[in-house]
Design a protein around this ligand. Structure first.
Ligand SMILES: [Zn+2]
Length: 106
């Protein structure tokens, strides 16, 4: 299936090349859930290709905490000139967390 790109949304490859470390927060769009999770972009680029719109990730993120599909992408914040952007929060991950989120194309 051809990949449709939204002209106003950056591709996954574009996001990967930015200086914030190749990861983003996925924030569940269900207002009663609001769960957030850090994810590396690389697995999605491997699966879907670097030219795929980041909308694919927005649309297809599945939150198994609430069962909702769809997430907002939030870029890592700037910490300071010594650290740069906030590094990937490895401590926020656990095997249980990994099991609660799935990402797939519809
Ligand atoms: Zn959720």
């Amino acid at each position: 299936m051809p990949v449709k790109r939204s002209p106003d949304r950056p591709s996954l490859g574009f996001l990967q090349r930015q200086r914030f470390g190749g990861w983003v927060w996925l924030h569940c769009t269900n207002p009663r859930c609001g769960r957030s999770r850090p994810v590396a972009l690389a697995p999605f680029i491997i699966r879907w290709g670097p030219d795929t719109s980041s909308d694919a990730l927005r649309r297809n993120a599945l939150c198994l905490a609430c069962g909702g599909r769809g997430a907002n992408l939030i870029l890592p914040s700037w910490r300071d000139s010594a650290v740069g952007h906030t590094p990937f929060p490895v401590a926020a991950l656990s095997p249980l967390d990994d099991a609660k989120w799935q990402h797939r194309r519809s």
